[in-house]
Design a protein around this ligand. Structure first.
Ligand code: GTP
Ligand code: MG
Length: 382
């Protein structure tokens, strides 16, 4: 869900990577995490099974300094592609401003691609959104493999509308940033058309503040770690990112739980995060709520889902108070936080037997609230 801080001319937008299981959504987000400079991204959070299948979502906040005369904060999410996680997909899709559809280019994945695209259309429609009018970019992934379908075949089957599409290999990063640049541009254009984002102020250096400035801004803030892919879309942009050296590869934090994910109780471990390292939720927390967020993450990691949900519920309540003394509904309205999510969280906090996906949901809501607080410029930790 987009929000705009008019004073700071700052836009917050949510972009969701959608697609069938194993198409490469998580790998794509990891590659974005690795290639964006640390100063311009937060921590990546993955809630996954031990087999690395997304259980709930991956989340990565990215900041693009300026698009025209606006700053842009992106909240990037992936959904779990496995068919039986549709409730989670619907949840993560709520409030999305744009979607990158990550298709698997292998012939044997075509049925799953088609099914997932139909599922996206259906889930958007439930929120009153028509896919054919929604910012969308197609990512033809796994182009590094032998014997993949041709781009023409993929387009015929999956992209009759002719939205921008890119050949990618998420494992080596080819095409990933071009895809991100293009969806960001489409989202900003869409938000401008809906008059959610103010029209650009005329400026002497960028006449009309044209959105083309986005490429320059992204070029300024992203590393180029791989050759830019050749965009395959007719309207894909042609800007190339400036090369700027390699940085040590960072390791995203992953909260993992042994498969199968819904068997209880399941001890959860934090992979790749040493003690004392900030977790993704606490990294976003306002100073006053840092300890709450840490407690929620620690409880999740320890498999104590009840404590996790309690800590999240408490932290969410306190975080909402940043929006003033009104009712929870008024605070939610002001912060653009989804009221249905808050109600569901409240419902969970009264239950005694909670599961890993309940705890993951509560962390998700807490993160959403922190993202909104960051977007409106309220004080954050460190
Ligand atoms: N060769 C190749 N393998 C890839 C590429 N992208 C992802 N993979 C591999 O495909 C497998 C699944 O990738 P994920 O990123 O976990 O897939 P996902 O779409 O997040 O899957 P779910 O979480 O189940 O929805 C992993 O083994 C990746 O290494 C690619 O571009 N090329
Ligand atoms: Mg995944």
């Amino acid at each position: 869900m987009s929000s705009v801080n008019l004073m700071a001319r700052e836009v917050a937008a949510k972009i969701v990577f959608y697609g069938p299981g194993l198409s490469g959504k998580t790998t794509t987000l990891r590659k974005v995490y690795e290639t964006v400079r640390p100063a311009h991204r937060g921590e990546m959070m993955s809630i996954a099974t031990e087999g690395d299948r997304t259980l709930f979502f991956d989340f990565l906040p990215v900041k693009v300094e300026r698009v025209g005369d606006c700053s842009v904060r992106l909240a990037l999410y992936t959904v779990p592609g496995q068919v039986f996680y549709n409730a989670t997909r619907k949840l993560v899709l709520q409030g999305a401003d744009g979607v990158v559809f990550v298709a698997d280019s292998q012939a044997e994945a075509m049925d799953a691609n088609r099914e997932s695209l139909a599922n996206l259309e259906e889930n958007l429609l439930e929120n009153g959104i028509r896919l054919d009018r929604f910012p969308l970019v197609m990512q033809w992934n796994k182009r590094d493999l032998e014997g993949t379908l041709s781009v023409e075949e993929l387009r015929r089957e999956l992209n009759p509308r002719g939205v921008p599409d890119f050949e990618t290999a998420a494992t080596n990063g080819r095409g990933v940033l071009d895809t991100l640049k293009t969806i960001t541009r489409l989202v900003i254009k869409d938000l401008r058309a809906k008059r959610i984002v103010p029209p650009p102020r005329p400026s002497p250096t960028t006449p009309g503040g044209a959105p083309a400035g986005l490429e320059a801004q992204l070029a300024q803030h992203l590393h180029q770690r791989q050759p830019p892919s050749a965009p395959v879309s007719a309207i894909a942009n042609t800007a190339t990112l400036s090369a700027s050296g390699l940085s040590p590869t960072p390791v995203p934090r992953t909260l993992t739980t042994p498969a199968p994910p819904r068997v209880e109780p399941t001890p959860v471990t934090v992979a790749n995060a040493g003690t004392g390292v900030l977790g993704p939720t606490s990294a976003l927390a306002p100073g006053d709520l840092f300890d709450h967020a840490r407690a929620a993450e620690a409880a999740f990691t320890a498999g104590d889902y009840t404590t996790c949900v309690t800590a999240c519920t408490d932290a969410v309540r306190r975080a909402m108070a940043f929006a003033g003394d009104g009712t929870l509904a008024q605070q939610a309205f002001l912060l653009h936080v989804d009221g249905a999510d808050l109600l569901r969280l409240q419902g969970l906090s009264t239950q005694s037997h909670l599961r890993v996906d309940d705890a993951a949901f509560s962390l998700y809501v807490l993160m959403q609230v922190f993202v909104r607080l960051n977007a409106v410029g309220l004080p954050t930790a460190g």
